[in-house]
Design a protein around this ligand. Structure first.
Ligand code: PYC
Length: 310
C-alpha cells in the first residue's frame, strides 16, 4: 500500500494512494458509508500503531463523481469516518504537489461533505475553501458529571462541533489530559441529551476557546477529535464552525482575516463570507509538510496487521 505522510502545523495525515478497499462507485457519501460499514479493519490497520500513530487521520484518494474535481477523498480515523478534514485537505494538497499531480493554483476536490477548493500558494501553504458552515444552536446547556452545567454552541463545519467559550480549564499544554477528559465527558453528555445537528447528527468534536497571550492571535483552542485525540492543528473544520459562531454573533466581518491558535501554539488564518444557504463559506489557510513516502506491508502472519486493539 503506497502512502504519503504529511503534517499540517503538527497534525498528521496519511494519504493512501493505492491498495485501499474497493468501494465501488456512486456518490462519495455512499462510498464513505461502505468504508465505515465494511472496511474498518482497513482504517485501523493503516492508522493504529504500530504502522500509524494516535493523532493520524487517513485520506483515501478515490475517483470523483464530479468531472470538475481533480480527486475525491474520504477522510477517516481508526474507528470512524470524518465528513471533512481541513488539515487533511491541506496535507492532501501538498502531497499531490509532491507527486507532481498538481502545481500552484486552485483545485476542486470532492469529499463526502461536499466539494471543497484547495489553493496551493507555494510548496507548503494551502488555503481550503470549505463547505458551507453554520451555527445551529446557541448557548445550549448540558449537565456534565464532575463539571456541572456547561454552556456551548452547536455548529457544523464539515463535522459537528460543541463549542465552549471561555474554556472551563486553562488552555495550557500541561492541562491536555484534563482538557481531553473534560471534553470527552461533555461530548458524551451532549450526545446522551440529544444535542446535535438539525437532523439528529451527534456532536463528534468538542472545542474549548479562550483568549491567547500572543499578540495578533484572535483566540486559542483545544479541540477533541472523535477518536479522543486532540488536534495539534487549530482544526480546519473546527475553525469553520468557530467562524460560523462568530458570524452569527456579528463578531466577524466578511473577508476579515483572523489568526486562530491550537493548543500547541500552531496557527491558521481564517476568514469567511456569507454562503448561499444562510451559513458562511470559510477559508482556512495553513502550512503542511510532506514527511514520509512509504510502502506499508501487511504480512498474513503478523498478529498486528490490523493494528493494536486494546
Ligand atoms: O482539520 O478539520 C480538521 C480535523 C478534523 C479532525 C482532525 N483535524
Amino acid at each position: 500500500m503506497h502512502v504519503i505522510d504529511s503534517h499540517t502545523v503538527g497534525e498528521p495525515t496519511r494519504v493512501i494512494l493505492d491498495g485501499g478497499p474497493d468501494l465501488g462507485d456512486g456518490p462519495l457519501a455512499e462510498r464513505a458509508r461502505r468504508l465505515q460499514d465494511d472496511h474498518l479493519d482497513f482504517c485501523r490497520s493503516v492508522l493504529r500503531e504500530p504502522r500509524g500513530q494516535p493523532a493520524m487521520v487517513g485520506a483515501l484518494v478515490v475517483p470523483p463523481t464530479d468531472p470538475d474535481c481533480i480527486a475525491g477523498v474520504i477522510f477517516f480515523e481508526a474507528d470512524m469516518l470524518l465528513g471533512m478534514c481541513g488539515h487533511g485537505a491541506m496535507g492532501l494538497g501538498v502531497t499531490l504537489a509532491h507527486l507532481g499531480r498538481i502545481s500552484l493554483g486552485n483545485y476542486a476536490i470532492e469529499t463526502p461533505a461536499g466539494i471543497i477548493d484547495v489553493t496551493l500558494h507555494d510548496t507548503n501553504t494551502v488555503t481550503v475553501t470549505n463547505v458551507e458552515s453554520r451555527r445551529v444552536r446557541k448557548g445550549v446547556s448540558v449537565d456534565v458529571e464532575g463539571l456541572g452545567s456547561v454552556k456551548g454552541d452547536v455548529a457544523y463545519g464539515g463535522n459537528w462541533f460543541f463549542i465552549i467559550e471561555p474554556s472551563p480549564i486553562p488552555l495550557e499544554t500541561r492541562n491536555i489530559g484534563w482538557l481531553a477528559s473534560a471534553a470527552a465527558a461533555i461530548r458524551a453528555s451532549a450526545i446522551a441529551a440529544g444535542i446535535g445537528g438539525e437532523d439528529g447528527q451527534p456532536v463528534d468534536h468538542v472545542i474549548f476557546h479562550d483568549r491567547s497571550d500572543r499578540h495578533n492571535i484572535h483566540s486559542r483552542s483545544f479541540v477533541l477529535c472523535p477518536d479522543d485525540t486532540y488536534d495539534r492543528s487549530p482544526c480546519g473544520t473546527g475553525c469553520s464552525a468557530r467562524l460560523a459562531c462568530l458570524w452569527a454573533d456579528g463578531r466577524i466581518a466578511p473577508d476579515e482575516e483572523i489568526t486562530l491558535e491550537s493548543i500547541i501554539g500552531s496557527t491558521y488564518r481564517a476568514s469567511c463570507r456569507p454562503g448561499p444557504s444562510g451559513g458562511i463559506v470559510p477559508k482556512i489557510t495553513g502550512k503542511a509538510w510532506v514527511m514520509a513516502e512509504s510502502q506499508l506491508l501487511f504480512h498474513e502472519d503478523d498478529p498486528y496487521r490490523r493494528g493494536i486493539s486494546l
